[in-house]
Design a protein around this ligand. Structure first.
Ligand code: FAD
Ligand code: SF4
Length: 508
């Protein structure tokens, strides 16, 4: 055996050029490492999903004729360290060369670089052949200019000729978001989320025996997430048949009727590289050929998430790490309310968004941004804690895409690199986009007094407390005008109410 090829848990790309030829002198290795599973407390479905997908991938490439060494969490020879396991394989198989694909997480990227320096054999790094943009493309594209997703997205559309009509964007506009902000009408049918059913009880037993700490609910006999490449493709086809047409108009809508509305739930399959962004975009473009032009807003909206936001977030991550993981623009240090771990709160929007996160390890974008994220920011929570919660709870959470969305987009902890203003709102927005408020103990119309919705007083309190940092922001001008015109007595009542909620954060 001459070459050892390391495959990380989020590098399950069967179509990687590594697998084009069978070569007996190559040994592939995958490892379930304890420290990788408990450096933050993870949702049990996330651990199960990663292990199950890694094991299916390993079986697949082995069945295709490749040699594989798989270290299960329960294996006696697993030393639970990349370095130790790799060194033992080098010795055992007389390995002369280590090859690995670029890690997407900064910490692992450095770990592998430093490991390469410690081995007395040749090492070679390969692209993961997954992303559309190069790692440094966002940084190179903007240079010293302000970062703006929309310009990068237009650059990517042109460069890769996606949804283009010659030199012009399909339909004449780059972005149809104005048509995409509808609440789901009463009585509208939302298809049941298409799910899988895998019995992962044996893996769960191994996880329990290994003593891994986790949280969240698992129905390990009916695991619902894709664990094979074909599952990912099936999920995509189901999305196109049942949800794509309504994806655009209702992508910001929320409510208790469904836990994923018209969203695709493809992030887990994409982030583990079971399926690639290029093939998803190609299949969506093909599907558009069969659809009426009126559905362009859905097609463009969906492609923008993958070609625009996903690639842009990865570029920001590589441009700004490691400083990014320490950013705390507002200097917040409060703990997350305890109900983030239980879902037990009287606030209906949070109860539902957190509850489904604990049940399915999933919430859709606007729940993550405008319910949990908005609340954590108004509650002045420490971005480290907020990051750890998001990284732990969601099945699709990998640091490059989690931290940019959480610390950047949702907590404004980078001081506005990623968004031009903080994503905060009072109950008004949540009521406009959901049916939550009608079914809540709190009253979305009032700012203080009995049962006043906490979002209202906390929102004005946040603006008041942060005015030195935000009042110069042109996009916040209108809100600061309203705050300035507010009657002093009214304002003190609001601030008093907000302080009461801040102090009683765990009992709302
Ligand atoms: P859909 O709504 O169907 O969108 C399709 C695809 O577009 C997604 O699968 C995803 O790959 C991509 N996409 C959409 N929005 C974004 C975005 N803002 N950034 C990057 N890609 C995007 N996404 C993750 O993949 N991992 C995370 O850990 C993660 N953490 C988040 C934390 C916060 C606070 C917020 C506000 C967003 C986060 N997102 C994260 C982005 C987004 O919410 C999820 O990608 C999306 O909800 C996944 O569900 P879906 O596959 O049904 O997405
Ligand atoms: Fe959420 Fe307030 Fe509406 Fe209740 S009233 S659902 S707490 S926004």
């Amino acid at each position: 055996m001459k070459t050892l090829r390391l495959i990380l848990g989020d590098q399950l790309n069967e179509r990687h050029s590594w697998f084009a030829d069978k070569d007996d002198s190559v040994l592939y290795v995958l490892m379930e490492i304890k420290a990788e599973s408990d450096y933050v407390k993870h949702h049990i479905q996330k651990i199960l999903g990663f292990f199950a997908a890694m094991r299916s991938f390993s079986e697949k490439i082995e069945a295709d004729g490749h040699r594989v060494k798989y270290f299960k969490i329960s294996d006696k020879d697993n030393q639970h360290s990349f370095e130790k396991n790799i060194k033992s394989l080098i010795k055992k198989h007389n390995i002369k060369k280590l090859e690995y694909q670029e890690a997407d997480e900064y910490r692992l990227d450095h770990l592998l670089k430093s490991l390469s320096g410690k081995l007395n054999i040749e090492t070679r790094v390969f692209s993961s052949e997954h992303f559309i943009a190069e790692r440094n493309e966002v940084a190179d594209f903007f240079g010293n200019k302000a970062y703006l997703m929309e310009s990068f997205y237009q650059h990517m559309r042109k460069k890769h000729n996606i949804l283009m009509d010659g030199a012009k964007p399909e339909g004449g506009s780059w972005n149809y978001d104005q048509q995409n902000r509808k609440k789901i009408p009463k009585g509208m049918e939302i298809p049941e989320p298409y799910t899988f059913q895998y019995d992962l009880s044996l893996i769960k037993e191994e996880i329990d025996n290994a003593g891994l700490d986790y949280f969240g609910n698992a129905d390990e006999k009916n695991f619902i997430w894709p664990i094979y490449r074909n599952d990912g493709l099936k999920l995509l086809r189901e999305f196109i048949s049942n949800n794509l047409k309504n994806f655009g108009p209702y992508q910001d809508a929320m409510g208790e009727k469904s836990w994923s509305n018209f969203h695709s739930r493809l992030s887990f399959a994409l982030n583990l590289k079971m399926i690639s962004p290029v093939e998803v975009i190609e299949i969506i473009e093909e599907a558009y050929e069969e659809l009426d032009e009126e559905h362009l807003s859905s097609v463009e909206g969906f492609i923008r998430q993958i070609l625009g936001w996903r690639e842009y977030m990865r570029g920001i991550y590589w441009a700004k790490m490691p400083a990014y993981e320490k950013e705390n623009f507002f200097g917040f240090s409060n703990s997350l309310p305890k109900f983030f771990w239980t879902g037990k709160t009287n606030m209906k929007c949070l109860e539902h968004s957190i509850g489904q996160s604990l049940d399915f390890a999933y919430a859709h974008h606007i729940q993550r941004l405008m319910v949990t994220g908005n609340f954590a920011l108004l509650m002045e929570c420490d971005p480290d804690e907020v990051d750890a919660w998001y990284l732990g709870v969601y099945i699709d959470a990998i640091q490059w895409v989690e931290i940019t969305n959480t610390r950047g987009m949702s907590q404004y902890a980078d001081g506005g690199l990623l968004s031009s203003k903080p994503y905060i709102s009072s109950a008004n927005y949540i009521n406009k986009m959901s049916a939550y408020c009608g079914n809540c103990k709190y009253d979305h119309k009032i700012k203080y007094g009995e049962n006043a919705c906490p979002f209202n007083s906390l929102y004005w309190n946040f603006l008041d407390m942060q005015k030195d940092k935000l009042k110069g922001n042109p996009r916040m001008g209108m809100m600061y005008n309203l705050l300035n015109k507010m009657d002093n007595q009214e304002k003190s009542k609001i601030i008093e109410q907000a302080n009461f909620y801040l102090e009683n954060r765990d009992n709302l």
